[in-house]
Each structure stands twice: as structure tokens, then as C-alpha cells.
Design a protein around this ligand. Structure first.
Ligand code: GLU
Length: 448
């Protein structure tokens, strides 16, 4: 059957059912474009309507989150949890607190998470949640009250065998602490495995904070290695300056590359001598400052460029680690002109479809987020494993496991792309391999 005739009706159905949810449409479209050859080879998937079922979340929760600020004023936010797919394990995926959060964003993230989690090889299904609450400028006490209110509704849907949230943008170990405390209080259970990304002193895994950024760089190094090249000595740019970006910079430096730029929503900083990570960490984590403060405190070695895109900086490796659709077609054109060889996504879907087309045509190696940034959730699965066995592992043991998982994901994507006649296409490899793992489990488990 003609490929488009197989895919288009499935996509039209998603458009009709989820009006206006453009990020969700984008994420589904990209996956469906990879799947035509799989559906041709496996008629059992179409017979069981696997794609239709995969694109429809198992459950979608939307709830009110009222909370009081420090002056006693009452605010109302909206909370979300989309429990996308549990064929491979309990729903697993982070919570995002950011004013841009809406149902469509959470759905796109939950859809990506389902395939990403499958690629890790761990027994975890996919889900995502969050709120349009903006933590910026809020006091600690306000963040705590918000988290308590959010969990007061969400707790009834969670459980270590049901649904296990973690962090994402705007949710780190502080928020996970407040959420866990409220869950424990309401349920009267010390259920460690119900949330991941906990503090290491109370059930959190070593290396969980580092995992997404570290895993991203390990994946990037593997992509280069498969082409007979080395990450050492490469000139790297990393967008963002949050948890993923900071740890990507750290691992890139450990592997001998030089990260010369990073960014935030106000602009980027260029530091030709290589970013001073200690100073950047101090500013971001201790002072909760901006990259402009880094340039100022670095004293002449670095230059802050306000309001511009970091992708104008020439580099050999680019790691988008900020947010969705941050790298557009014109950025891709500048990167190609600047000699970029590899791009790997630390954020979820940071590259627009038009940008991806530019990169493909130019022959740039491209690591999609659902493979390249899977180290975070993979280490969450390791946290769940430690919690279930009442054990805790050392940093080096956990990091070793993370490295093995990233190498395995790379191998899976690489091999799958070859098996489907698209060697070197990691987008096709990740989409197909993730899909096959979930689809086989769905077929085996019948009509649920
Ligand atoms: N938010 C992260 C992601 O996008 C981690 C999710 C988790 O650890 O459950 O994969």
C-alpha cells in the first residue's frame, strides 16, 4: 500500500481528536513518518490498531490547584497528568512547572516519553504531568504550598506500581521533596518508589541529577565513534544553563571537548577559553543568577550577547538543552554554515521539523531526544530498582550502569536504522525501535 495512504488517515484522526495541540501534532507526525515501513512489514500492528491506540493516552487528568501566596492572596493554577501508556510498566515521566504548560504540551511530552522509556530497556511505561504555575520569583514557602496543593489532588492517581513522576523544567530535588512529603503525609506510607529524583539522603539515586546531561554526551560520543571520530578536542555549544545543560558541559569537558557557549532566555555567553563550570554552577545553583552574571564575574574572558541565538556561534557539536522548538530552520542554516558535524537533543523536541530537514540535507549527524536524553529517566528506573530492594549504590556504579544503558540505546537505534535500510538515521532508528518494543507488548496483552 502507498505509504502516505497508510499514515495520513492516522494523522488526520490525531488532528481531529486533539484540536489546537500543535506540539502534540508535531511529535506524532515525526514518529508516523518513520513508521510506514514498519507497518508494511508487520501487518499484525495494523490489525490490532496499535498506532491508533498508541496515539490516544490511556488516561488524561486535569485538575485545579489553588494555593496562597506569602501575602495571603489566593491563586488558581491548572494541574495535569497524562498517563500515556502502561504496556511496558507503570506510567513514568516528569512534572514540568512552567507558564507555557497546557494539555497539548503535556501530551507531546507523554508521547515522546513512552517511546523513550521503551528504548531504555527498563520496565517503565510513559506519562508526563505538570502545571502552568511559574516558580520564578516565588519564595520557598510559596513553592512548598503549591507543591502540597498539587499533590493533594494527584496522590490518588500515583503509586510505585501505578504512576511515578519525577522532575522536568521547573521541578528539581526541592520540589520533589515537597511533593514526596505531602504524599507520605496523606497516605501514611513511606513509598520511596513513588517519585524519583529524590535527595540522596532520603531514597534518591546517586548520579540522578547528572544523568540526563551525562547520558547525552555519552550518546554523542557513541555517534561520533560509529563514524570513526572522537569527541575529544571538539568545539561544543550547549543551549540552556539548567540541570541538563550544566551536566552536559561537565561530561563534555571530562571527555576532552571544549564547551565555548551556553545560554538562557535572555541571550548567550561566549567563552572562547572554555566555560568555567565551577563559576557557572555557583551562579546558577547557589545564586540562582543568569548567564549575564557569569560573563560579568568571569572578568573579560567571556562575552554576553543579549537577545541573540546561541546557534549563530560556529561549533562542531551542538547540544540543544533548553526547551521545545528552540532550534529553527534559520538556526540550522547558521550551524551548517559554521561547520557543525553533530547535533544531539538534551531537551525534548528542541529541533523544529524544518530545521531537521536542513540538517538532514546537509548530512549532519542527528541524535533525537527520545534516544539522546533518555539517561535521566533510565537513572530514574535505577532509582526505582534501588528503592524496591532497599539498597543504594555508589556514584561510580550508578554512572557505569548509565553509560552501559546509553551505549545500548545507541546500538539499538543504529542497528534498527540499518535493518530498515536507513543507515545513520537515528530519528528513524529511535522511532522504530521504541515503537516496536511498545507495540509488541500491546499486541501480546490483548485489547486493553
Ligand atoms: N523529565 C525527564 C525526561 O524528560 C525525566 C523523567 C523521569 O525521570 O521520570 O525524560
Amino acid at each position: 500500500m502507498d505509504r502516505n495512504r497508510m499514515i495520513e488517515p492516522l494523522y488526520s484522526d490525531v488532528l481531529r481528536r486533539n484540536p489546537g495541540e500543535k506540539e502534540f501534532h508535531q511529535a506524532v507526525r515525526e514518529v508516523l513518518e518513520s513508521l510506514a515501513p514498519v507497518l508494511e512489514r508487520h501487518p499484525e500492528y495494523a490489525e490490532a490498531s496499535i498506532v491508533e491506540r498508541l496515539c490516544e493516552p490511556e488516561r488524561q487528568l486535569v485538575f485545579r490547584v489553588p494555593w496562597a501566596d506569602d501575602a495571603g492572596r489566593i491563586h488558581v493554577n491548572r494541574g495535569f497528568r497524562v498517563e500515556f501508556n502502561s504496556a511496558l510498566g507503570p506510567y513514568k515521566g516528569g512534572l514540568r512547572f512552567h507558564p507555557s504548560v497546557n494539555l497539548g504540551i503535556v501530551k507531546f511530552l507523554g508521547f515522546e516519553q513512552t517511546l523513550k522509556n521503551a528504548l531504555t530497556g527498563k520496565p517503565i511505561g510513559g506519562g508526563k504531568g505538570g502545571s502552568d504555575f511559574d516558580p520564578k520569583g516565588r519564595s520557598d514557602a510559596e513553592v512548598m504550598r503549591f507543591c502540597q496543593s498539587f499533590m493533594t489532588e494527584l496522590y490518588r492517581h500515583l503509586g510505585e506500581y501505578t504512576d511515578i513522576p519525577a522532575g522536568d523544567i521547573g521541578v528539581g530535588v526541592r520540589e520533589i521533596g515537597y511533593l514526596f512529603g505531602q504524599y507520605r503525609r496523606i497516605t501514611n506510607r513511606y513509598e520511596s518508589g513513588v517519585l524519583t529524583g529524590k535527595g540522596v539522603g532520603w531514597g534518591g539515586a546517586q548520579a540522578r541529577s547528572e544523568a540526563t546531561g551525562y547520558g547525552l554526551v555519552v550518546f554523542t560520543a557513541e555517534m561520533l565513534r560509529a563514524r570513526g571520530e572522537d569527541l575529544a578536542g571538539k568545539r561544543v555549544t550547549v543551549s540552556g544553563s539548567g540541570n541538563v545543560a550544566l551536566h552536559a558541559i561537565e561530561k563534555a569537558h571530562q571527555l576532552g571537548a571544549s564547551v565555548i557557549a551556553c545560554s538562557d532566555s535572555t541571550g548567550y555567553v561566549l567563552d572562547e577559553k572554555g566555560v568555567d563550570l565551577e563559576l557557572l554552577k555557583e551562579i546558577k545553583l547557589e545564586q540562582r543568577g543568569r548567564v549575564a552574571d557569569y560573563a560579568e564575574q568571569r572578568g573579560g574572558a567571556a562575552r554576553f550577547v543579549p537577545g541573540s541565538s546561541i546557534w549563530e556561534v560556529s561549533c562542531q557539536v551542538a547540544l540543544p538543552c533548553a526547551t521545545q522548538n528552540e532550534l529553527a530552520a534559520d538556526d540550522a542554516v547558521s550551524l551548517v554554515r559554521g561547520g557543525v558535524q553533530v547535533i544531539a537533543e538534551g531537551a525534548n523536541m528542541p529541533t523544529t521539523p524544518d530545521a531537521l530537514r536542513v540538517l538532514r540535507e546537509a548530512g549532519v549527524l542527528f541524535g533525537p531526544g527520545k534516544a539522546a536524553n533518555a539517561g535521566g529517566v533510565a537513572t530514574s528506573a535505577l532509582e526505582m530498582q534501588q528503592n524496591a530492594s532497599r539498597d543504594s549504590w555508589t556514584f561510580s556504579h550508578t554512572e557505569e550502569r548509565l553509560t552501559e544503558i546509553m551505549q545500548h540505546i545507541h546500538e539499538t537505534c543504529h542497528e534498527t536504522a540499518e535493518r530498515y535500510g536507513q543507515p545513520g538515521d537515528y530519528v528513524a532508528g529511535a522511532n522504530i525501535a521504541g515503537f516496536e518494543l511498545v507495540a509488541d507488548a500491546m499486541v501480546a496483552q490483548g485489547l486493553i
